[in-house]
Design a protein around this ligand. Structure first.
Ligand SMILES: Cc1ncc(COP(=O)(O)O)c(C=O)c1O
Length: 391
């Protein structure tokens, strides 16, 4: 299959030479029947495990009823999911789309429109973070603090400026009466799994509130239980004005969401923003099942097993000096290497039956399904130690 794929697909991905055909829980199998432990979980999307029975059932039941209707009409799963999500956080309303980049695009538009409608059209500047990642459409790309992703696609939309993630002093200086919003991740996943220092999100919140700017959180990677709380900002005692979600929300089906308080959400009046597939009944039915699982004990499980994963990864440097430590929150973890070996470790781990992902040359990212068991964590970390030593 890989030969065929290379002939007909765009070559924009560094796809591993493996064709996956089946999954169950944390395990996947390739076309030759080889089994792997999936510790990247569709890049943090397969939140409740491959072929999860409750999600599958919700999807099957919904496909017997209605596959799609657009937003010309209401559908029950979309409304039910919005009710569940708003009950779990600061937000009053939800706009559904299909991906993280779309959710961020909507969030940026919402923030700009809010200030225009409030009589402050001059507040256009969005303060973003170096090394951030918000997606690949023009707006979310302009907000992404990694020039390598922007190269050759200019001109990008104007009005985005960047500060160093974690430096509260820079935020104080950057947020002015021209600022529309500060946009950031509670934990920078694509930058190499970097957690904000204590007090940073609170400092951002305070600067935004004081100066009349909005605080926008990109929880595309960190939301939906990934860090051991339903949303990562709930670790830090802050509430944003709006938040984007995607990745794990529907257990691996495409769905994105923008959540906001009522007074902000109301600036998207009919016709101002839209998505044909947004809130598709099958994807939202799947997401309802995901939320039910998270609330039905899975969040507690995440907290428990993430401690096991954290301590196993922290012990890796004892097994091999090539491992230099680990960091992260919950089941989103980065393993640091002391040499430029990450892509080689990924290949070696794959050979040994473990799927992980490289961020640059010195960080491996782990984001297994939230349903991962302790014994799978033991097996995976043993394989990882071997892969790092042998790469
Ligand atoms: C924090 C963050 N925001 C946005 C995105 C883009 O999401 P998508 O690929 O679903 O468009 C990603 C994807 O990795 C992400 O990690």
């Amino acid at each position: 299959m890989t030969d065929r794929a290379q002939k007909v697909l765009f070559q924009n991905y560094r796809t591993q030479p493996v064709a996956l055909v089946r999954g169950e829980g944390t395990q996947v199998w390739d076309a030759d029947g080889k089994r792997y432990l999936d510790f990247i979980g569709g890049i943090a999307t397969v939140s409740v495990g491959h072929a999860n029975a409750q999600v599958r059932n919700a999807v099957l039941e919904q496909t017997k009823l209605l596959w799609h209707a657009s937003n010309l009409y209401f559908t029950e799963p979309q409304v039910r999911l919005a009710e569940k999500l708003t009950r779990l956080c600061f937000a009053d309303r939800v706009f559904f789309c299909n991906s993280g980049t779309e959710a961020n695009e909507a969030m940026i538009k919402l923030a700009r429109r809010w200030h225009v409608d409030s009589g402050h059209p001059e507040r256009i500047e969005i303060v973003c973070m170096h090394e951030s990642f918000h997606g690949r459409t023009m707006g979310s790309l302009a907000a992404t603090g990694q020039p390598k992703y922007q190269q050759g696609f200019g001109p990008l939309p104007a009005g985005f400026r960047f500060v160093d993630y974690g430096d509260a002093r820079q935020i104080e200086e950057a947020v002015t009466d021209k600022t529309c919003a500060v946009l950031l991740e509670p934990l920078q996943g694509e930058a190499g799994v970097i957690t904000a220092p204590a007090g940073y999100l609170k400092a951002v919140r305070e600067a935004c509130t004081r100066r009349g700017a909005l605080m926008l959180l990109d929880e595309v990677q960190t939301g939906m239980g990934r860090t051991g709380k339903m949303f990562a900002h709930q670790h830090f005692g802050v509430e944003p004005d709006a938040m984007s979600l995607a990745k794990g929300i529907a257990g691996g089906l495409p769905l994105g969401a923008l959540l906001a308080k009522d007074q902000l959400a109301k600036v998207f009046t009919p016709g101002t923003h839209a998505s044909t597939f947004g809130g598709n009944p099958v994807a939202t039915a799947a997401a309802c099942a995901v939320v039910d699982l998270l609330e039905g004990g899975l969040l507690d499980h995440v907290r428990r097993v993430s401690e096991v994963l954290q301590s196993r990864l922290a012990a890796l440097p004892q097994a091999t000096p090539r491992a230099a430590g680990e960091r992260g929150l919950g089941l989103l973890r980065g393993v640091l290497l002391s040499e430029d070996l990450a892509p080689l470790v990924v290949a070696k781990a794959r050979e040994l039956g473990l799927l992980v992902n490289a961020i640059g040359d010195r960080v491996l990212r782990l984001a297994p399904p939230l349903t991962v068991s302790e014994s799978e964590i033991h097996e995976a970390t043993k394989l990882l130690a071997q892969a790092i030593a042998q790469a």
